[in-house]
Write a protein that binds this ligand. Structure first.
Ligand SMILES: O=P(O)(O)O[C@H]1[C@H](O)[C@@H](O)[C@H](O)[C@H](O)[C@@H]1OP(=O)(O)O
Length: 853
């Protein structure tokens, strides 16, 4: 510290000195291990001025072990070092009496990160001797106003840690801050839900593969091999689920467990980080950030990169390798899964409505019959519509050629780029587009006939119902409504007519319903088989690799989804009384903004590649809010890999507050975006010797997504709201600024994160901050964000900005987070690392150091 103070007064040279003070070459095990007790005291000169560097404050007596552990002195002139050819001095280390040489020490110039930009006023943000205003712990998680932790939220959030602070405002009043950090049982609940769904989906697909019918030997062998692997995968998912189910009541996976196989689906160190501000003359305000380790497949590792690269490479290879299978584009494969899922849902639905119609017929109730018919017609139309896809036709043909004896006799020229011919028992040639075959003998119209029969039989039912109702009316009129002339009911006549027509209605409709079901069965069986054949192609290429990629994607998605659901529920809960928010939720959807602090160097490249795909996959999720009918308010997930619906349950009193459409089950969408800025020493290396293009393209792509979201927001929210919103917020200005910052290619441009976070908060979105473990860098970032908000929105006294920041980092929730993860109260940074960090991301002295992470 004294060195820093002295150096900072020497203009122009501080940078080199700070850089010099720490990287004394201590990378040999011996030195590293002993440096703490050696008290290596080189004398540093600036010009003629000698500066002592010592770990022992000059005014204090050396601790007793110094005599035993003191190794030696060395001194040098900075000028000499700077002038030296290699920027390196090799010095003899002498005993304290200046006699014996006890070793050598190398001193070299090292330029790191911001230090190079001349930003060297201090290594850490600590202001020595200036304690923060006030901080104390509180056990109960009550809010400043005592309102924001309802029993509902506490069913999801667990083990809160709370800290209270008091900081002065610029007009010398006090603001009170409650910082809260809670873990969530969703960390485990969502992965379990999701894995169960994967098992269900995969079992169903495996069954459909088995039911594909007779295939020619080539395809049959392929199917057998696919089934063997797929069954193994299901077993693996089942084992993981069994293991996870043993973790009853768990709500936290520590950073040190990130590589554990059985916990792979669980997000790392997931927490709600909340700041509740109560400042004089201003409204109370809540600021939430979900902090979580970047969703990534740590157990599988990053040797070959992460999902973004792996998926791209896999798809390119698959497209270019016309070998033993038919190539369907990812879009077509996804469509096949969608149609299959629609069929599986719609067929039983149509069957149910058909039975309800018969039920109405047997009750002889015209109104009920009309209603049942309406429902049946609607569902049957949806059913018919589900098959209206060229893919079903081409898949039928492909399957036809794969049946025994179904060899292609001649190829026709492709109708469009998505349909080319492909001989089946021999490897097809290389092709870049979908290689769907054609067959001259194939009767395409047969499918049309089968398909049209569903519509035709529905029409028959409609006509029959109309006729029955018509006849019923006229017979009632003819019979005088069953009344005698004097107005008395002629019971005997009514009874006989009723029993006759009741029997008639049921009997007349029943065969028609049977025909409809048969026609549907025929369509379903053909379409299902053909689309399952498309899925077989997806699995056929590079089988184990394909399944490992699916597993990796499932793992990453599960971690991302757990965080999202947690964020969504908290956001919904805190904004339930805000009608503008609810309107935005229903009509625009919610922006979910992720701040990534990963470096684009070494393993973290792979993590970032995983994270980018995991977050982008969240687009496939929609939320639905339902009324809780019991004490079980945990969310339920339905759907399949291409599309999930998360049902969030709200207690009746809260559910009542929702707009009608949402109460009626409107699907609520989310718009995930990710901005990443690496800040550590690894990022310095990436910038110097590596590649930052991954970060650049992610930021660029996601900026476009934010822009799109904002235009939808402007379009869908009411004009009055928008004009008020625009008066209050210069969102366009922020967007332009963000865009410029993304374009400018400045090193460690943390402005990008601040702007993206501000845009998200202004647009009522959900904030996330992530690094590898959500422990060290994340803690620096969220505390900085909190203090910046206090400064910009709550008039924190400017002299207290750094003190508040240090105070939060030293004594706030985040150091507890570190403790909770690694059982040690130290951020896992060393001096060298911190020198590379942007200034405001450095924790105070004494809070960081070697930690066994
Ligand atoms: O929470 P993180 O910032 O991902 O923790 C890092 C830390 O930044 C780094 O300095 C340290 O060397 C470790 O790699 C930490 O990661 P762990 O996952 O090991 O906690």
């Amino acid at each position: 510290c004294s060195l820093r103070e002295q150096l900072s007064s020497v203009h122009g040279i501080t940078f080199s000195i700070t850089a010099l003070a720490f990287p004394l070459k201590l990378n040999e095990g011996y030195f590293l291990k002993t440096v703490k007790v050696i008290h290596l005291n080189p004398h540093i000169y600036i010009g003629d001025k000698e500066i002592r560097t010592s770990v022992i404050p000059e005014h204090k007596d050396p601790p007793p072990e110094v005599g035993r552990s003191f190794l030696g002195y060395a001194s040098f002139k900075v000028g000499e070092l700077l002038k030296s050819k290699e920027q390196l001095l090799s010095l003899s280390l002498r005993t304290s009496d200046g006699g014996r040489v006890v070793g050598t020490i190398e001193v070299r110039v090292l330029k790191m990160g911001e230090i190079e930009d001349g930003d060297t006023d201090h290594i850490t943000t600590d202001v020595q001797g200036q304690k923060c205003a006030l901080v104390y712990e509180c056990t109960a998680p009550e809010s400043v106003s005592g309102k924001d932790n309802s029993p509902f939220l506490s069913t999801v959030l667990k083990n809160p840690v709370c800290k209270l602070y008091r900081f002065p405002t610029s007009d010398n009043k006090w603001m009170r801050i409650r910082e809260q950090m809670s873990e969530s049982i969703l960390s485990f609940h969502i992965p379990k839900e999701l894995i169960s769904l994967h098992i269900k989906e995969d079992l169903c697909r495996n069954q459909e593969l088995k039911e594909l019918g007779e295939l020619s030997p080539h395809w049959d062998n392929l199917r057998k091999s696919v089934l063997t692997h797929c069954d193994q995968m299901v077993t693996m998912y089942q084992d993981i689920l069994t293991e996870l189910s043993k973790e009853t009541g768990s709500s936290f996976k520590s950073s040190s467990s990130k590589g554990e196989k059985t916990l792979e689906f669980v997000p790392i160190n997931l927490h709600l980080q909340r700041m509740h501000v109560h400042s004089p003359q201003l409204k109370d305000a809540l600021y939430d950030v979900i902090t979580v380790g970047a969703p990534a497949a740590h157990f599988q590792g990053f040797k070959n990169g992460g999902l973004r690269k792996l998926l791209h490479r896999f798809e390119t290879e698959r497209r270019n390798t016309g070998y033993q299978f038919i190539y369907y584009s990812p879009e077509n494969t996804a469509k096949a899964k969608e149609v299959l899922s629609n069929i599986n849902q719609l067929q039983p639905l149509v069957a149910t409505h058909a039975d309800l119609l018969l039920n109405s017929a047997s009750q002889h109730s015209p109104d009920s019959l009309k209603n049942s018919l309406k429902m049946l017609s609607e569902k049957t139309e949806l059913f018919v519509h589900a098959f209206k896809d060229q893919l079903v036709r081409s898949a039928l043909l492909a399957l036809y050629t794969a049946r025994p004896g179904g060899i292609l006799k001649k190829s026709t020229s492709p109708k469009d780029s998505a349909e080319e011919s492909s001989p089946q028992d021999q490897p097809p040639p290389m092709r870049r587009q979908d290689s769907i075959p054609h067959h001259s003998d194939y009767d395409e119209e047969e499918w049309d006939r089968v398909w049209a029969n569903v519509g035709k039989s529905l029409n028959c039912i409609i006509a029959a119902v109309d006729k029955l109702i018509e006849r019923d009316c006229s017979s009632e009129e003819g019979a005088g409504g069953g009344r005698s002339k004097d107005g008395e009911k002629d019971l005997s006549l009514e009874d006989s007519t009723a029993s006759h027509t009741r029997e008639d209605w049921y009997e007349q409709l029943q065969p028609l319903i049977l025909t409809l079901k048969e026609c549907m069965g025929e369509v379903v069986s053909r379409a299902k088989q053909s689309l399952t054949f498309v899925l077989l192609q997806e699995l056929a290429y590079s089988l184990p690799q394909c399944l490992m990629l699916t597993l990796r994607r499932d793992i990453v998605f599960s971690q991302a989804l757990a965080g999202l659901v947690c964020g969504f529920i908290i956001k919904l809960h805190t904004s339930l009384r805000d009608p503008d928010f609810l309107q935005q939720l229903g009509s625009v959807g919610l922006m979910v903004q992720y701040e990534g602090l990963l470096s684009t160097y070494s393993d973290e490249i792979g993590m970032l590649e995983d994270m980018a795909v995991g977050i982008s996959d969240l687009k496939k999720v929609a939320f639905k809010i339902i009324e809780a009918k019991s004490n079980d308010v945990l969310p339920v997930i339905t759907g399949r890999r291409e599309h999930y619906v998360v049902e969030v349950k709200l207690p009746a009193t809260m559910f009542e507050l929702l707009p009608l459409q949402i109460k009626e089950g409107q699907l609520l969408h989310v718009y995930p975006v990710l901005f990443n800025v690496g800040i550590n020493e690894q990022q310095t290396l990436a910038e110097r010797f590596g590649d930052v293009s991954l970060q650049e393209s992610i930021n660029q792509e996601n900026f476009e997504l934010v822009k799109e979201y904002y235009s939808t927001f402007l379009e869908k929210m009411p004009p009055d709201y928008i004009s008020h919103f625009q008066e209050q917020n210069d969102l366009q200005g922020l967007l332009d600024n963000l865009h410029q910052n993304i374009q400018v290619k400045k090193r460690k441009n943390v402005e990008i994160m601040w702007l993206a976070a501000t845009i998200c908060r202004k647009l009522n979105g959900i904030r996330f901050t992530c690094c590898k473990s959500a422990k060290d860098r994340t803690s620096m970032s969220v505390t900085l964000e909190q203090c910046s908000i206090l400064r910009d929105e709550h008039q924190l006294h400017k002299d207290f900005f750094i003190r508040a920041l240090d105070c939060m980092r030293r004594e706030g929730c985040r150091i507890e987070n570190v403790l909770k993860n690694i059982k040690c109260r130290k951020y896992a940074f060393n001096m060298l690392q911190l020198m590379a960090f942007p200034k405001y991301y450095r924790p105070p002295e004494g809070t960081y150091g070697k930690a066994d992470t």
